[in-house]
Design a protein around this ligand. Sequence first.
Ligand SMILES: Nc1ncnc2c1ncn2[C@@H]1O[C@H](COP(=O)(O)OP(=O)(O)O)[C@@H](O)[C@H]1O
Ligand SMILES: [Mg+2]
Length: 294
Amino acid sequence: MDQAERLRNRIKETERMPVKPMETNARVITVTSGKGGVGKTSLSVNLALQLQKMGKKTVIIDADFGLANIEVMLGVHPKSNISDLIYKDCSISDVITQGPEGIGFISGGSGVSELVNLERSDVQIFVSKVAKLDAYADVIIIDTGAGISDVVQEFVLCSPEVLLVLTPEPTSTMDAYALLKTLNRRKDFSTSDKTLHVVSNRVANEKEGQTLFQNISIVASQFLNIPLHYMGYIPQDSNATKAVLQQQPVSISYPNTISTKSIRYIAEQLLEVEGSMKPGFVGMFLNLLHVKRA
Ligand SMILES: Nc1ncnc2c1ncn2[C@@H]1O[C@H](COP(=O)(O)OP(=O)(O)O)[C@@H](O)[C@H]1O
Ligand SMILES: [Mg+2]
């Protein structure tokens, strides 16, 4: 295939990509936690499925390095990752793998940490390609690892919306507080341009969910001056554990189980509180570069 042919194919592919009627920026939500294993990946995947069902085109970006979590949960095998946008002749549609219900999935691979160290000319290429993602998706969910690593902190710092996942284990709240404290020390952290949502996962009931939120919310506002916003709770649900073992998202295997219903409710809540700032993925990425180089 010569270059001209490749280009023609590329244009054809771009035309095939369904684009939203209005070229507004995507809503970017970064899912994180202080501690690992609290349900971030499960929530990212099932929230994406619910939002997609509600008519929002949703793309998940896996920014949890090393573990091919989402791939296993969705049963998809991406052939490329986000850094191929720079290093290979790829368009954004090449790096989006189609998952169930039409959700999109982009593997971060090792790419995400490379992105923050790009040359100027590569940044331009990347931004121009990623701008298409902002036009294509209504919501972009970024699944991260626990907030201890630098890259995760940078993502949280730059994301217009953050979803912090807690569980009733005492270390979960302590580690989440430690994450907020670390962020608060950074001079580039500001709560004026971001919303921090909290989801209480694996709780016994609504009251326990609220108590978990209250506990962290009080100390965060009192000692760090960080306002937190409660997004809801997900009960402990044996079907959620089973679904992971079956390598299927719980909202597909068990559409009427308690955790699926709660995530559906959280998705509805999210759509009600549209973030005021929508810099999109491009805006977030440019922020990321700024933070890195500051
Ligand atoms: N509401 C829930 N009820 C029961 N098990 C859950 C629930 N949420 C998550 N889990 C289980 O917790 C484990 C860790 O979830 P995962 O999403 O991989 O966490 P993380 O991405 O934070 O490391 C999985 O086995 C998952 O099935
Ligand atoms: Mg995970």
